[in-house]
Design a binder for this molecule. Structure first.
Ligand code: TXE
Length: 483
């Protein structure tokens, strides 16, 4: 079993002040594959000090320098795509077949780099010069379900803005972040600009969110932990960017292509073993069409090949941990107990798999919107089919959630589809399964979060805004914001 004894602070691989180790468990074999040193509050202090010291120079780096830096990071990352894919298969059970997990980050880095070429950091409003300046030292806290992508989006927009940072991955998936740190080191990220402190949420995550030397926290994880991070950060009035849970609804209107909607929904919901915050985990179908749509759902759910994520034929791996496995089992049993109709799947491991945190792809029909399987984020391959009476009823069900991350609508009527998209209280809506764009903002309404990531909206999360007066002549030479 490999030992990883270091954090990365001030440009150097460094042992924690008080080293403690945790085992990284491979969710396919349930065996430990690595032992990783965890830091504590004293390490966060050191990392924040390094990031503060580096901020003076890095915040004044030129746009050209940052573009070249991102280019070098991309090249260094590309050399390791196979390694990334193997590491996240082993630490998080994500199938190697899932190209989005390893190639998606490259696209996000390219978008951030290209944005730097056109973004106006200095402009004019009235007779003021308006400057957008890097916010400072950022704490980046990320989860295990998209271990590299979530981390890359945070750090690349932070670097593009000219910020310095301290990052903490999830305890479940520290290995991919150690590899990513190697990439950044090789690419020549200046000393102190990026620091990695592995550790628990309760200790390291809290030390980061409360630290007076940190100006902003960007957090992706559960709504529960997000509330704690927000409350902690409030004491020092930090900016907080939160990307939290979801319970997204897919509204299938009666004139939709039912088979297409059903198959798409299963793929999108069960992809990544259902561990995606935008998963359409509530399928809203007109009451008269429920029986018609169910066979398509069952057939599509049966197409997944469950098994070892290192095997490229595998399309569904295990869930990440014993804890997640237990939570999902609890939800499935809860659905049965509450009287929902189990259409496929159920409790227990899938047939033929005797170990690993594998879950049966599960579909429930006759789900009441008040049942827990319809209100709580399950974060597993579990779909709730909810009948509705008319369009207003469907919109009311969709919006009747504490979450508001994603929304989906299927109809053959474009105008009607757009009207529904306007009514949904969620940050990202997709019509008839349209693909998303990494230039466009992503984030949540309601308890799904605060702020937006990706593209220009994502960049601006890492920028402060300053109005400068008395330079009218200079201001007049600048482009007007919103002009
Ligand atoms: O998340 P946590 P967990 C949801 C999903 C899942 C549930 C539990 O429903 O079933 O959360 O997963 C750090 N201060 N999502 O327990 O605890 C933690 O160390 C600072 C949705 O793994 O939120 C890790 O780095 N940091 C989500 C990160 O938060 C804290 C993705 C996520 O862990 C902290 C993941 C604290 N007090 C889970 N407590 C999404 N939006 O996609 C924890 N952390």
């Amino acid at each position: 079993m490999k030992l990883y004894p270091h954090l990365f602070i001030d440009g150097a691989w460094t042992a924690p002040v008080e080293p403690r180790y945790i085992d990284v468990i491979d969710p396919t074999t349930e065996e430990a594959i690595a032992s990783v040193a965890m830091g504590g509050a004293a390490d966060v202090d050191k990392a924040v000090a390094a990031a503060r010291a580096a901020f003076a120079d890095f915040s004044n780096s030129t746009i050209e320098e940052r573009i070249r830096l991102i280019d070098r990071i991309i090249s260094s990352y590309e050399k390791r795509v196979d390694k990334f894919s193997e590491v996240i298969a082993r630490e998080a059970g994500i199938p190697r077949a899932s190209r989005a997990q390893v190639y998606g980050p490259i696209q996000h880095m390219q978008v951030a780099r290209d944005l730097l070429r056109s973004y106006r950091f200095v402009s004019r409003l009235g007779h003021a010069i308006v400057r957008r300046e890097p916010i400072g030292v950022c704490a980046l806290i990320s989860p295990w379900n998209w271990p590299i992508q979530t981390k890359v989006i945070k750090l690349i927009y932070g670097l593009a803005a000219g910020c310095t940072m301290v990052a903490k991955p999830s305890e479940n998936s520290p290995l991919s972040s150690l590899l990513l740190t190697e990439v950044l080191d090789e690419a020549g990220v200046p000393k102190g600009v990026f620091n990695l402190v592995n550790g628990s949420g309760r200790e390291v995550g809290q030390a980061m969110s409360s630290h007076p030397g940190v100006d902003m926290v960007s957090f992706t994880g559960s709504t529960g932990a997000g509330r704690v991070v927000g409350a902690t950060a409030a004491a020092t009035v930090k900016r907080v960017s939160l990307e939290l849970g979801g319970k997204s609804a897919n509204l299938v209107l009666p004139d939709a292509d039912l088979e297409k909607a059903a198959r798409w929904n299963i793929q999108r919901c069960f992809f990544n073993t259902g561990q995606s915050c935008h998963a359409p985990s509530r399928l809203l179908v007109h009451a008269s069409q429920v029986e018609q749509i169910l066979p398509f759902l069952v057939d599509e759910a049966s197409q997944f090949r469950l098994g070892n994520p290192l095997d490229t034929a595998t399309t569904m791996g295990p869930t990440v941990s014993a804890r997640q496995f237990e939570t999902i089992q609890h939800h499935i049993q809860g659905g049965i107990d509450e009287g929902a109709r189990l259409i496929c799947g159920g409790v227990g491991r899938p047939e033929g798999l005797t170990r690993g945190y594998f879950v049966k792809p599960t579909v429930f029909a006759e789900v009441d919107p008040k049942m827990k399987i319809a209100t709580e984020e399950i974060f597993g391959p579990v779909l709730a089919v909810i009948p509705y009476e008319n369009q207003d009823h469907a919109i009311a069900i969709a919006n009747g959630s504490i979450y508001g991350l994603g929304g989906y609508v299927f109809t053959s009527n474009r105008a009607q589809g757009y009207e529904v998209a306007k009514e949904l209280r969620a940050g990202r809506i997709s019509f008839n399964g349209a693909a998303t764009d990494s230039l466009a903002p992503m984030g949540g309404y309601k308890q799904s979060g605060i702020g937006r990531s990706m593209g220009v909206f994502g960049l601006e999360e890492y920028l402060e805004t300053k109005s400068v007066y008395g330079f009218q002549e200079e201001a007049e030479t600048l482009p007007v914001i919103h002009g």
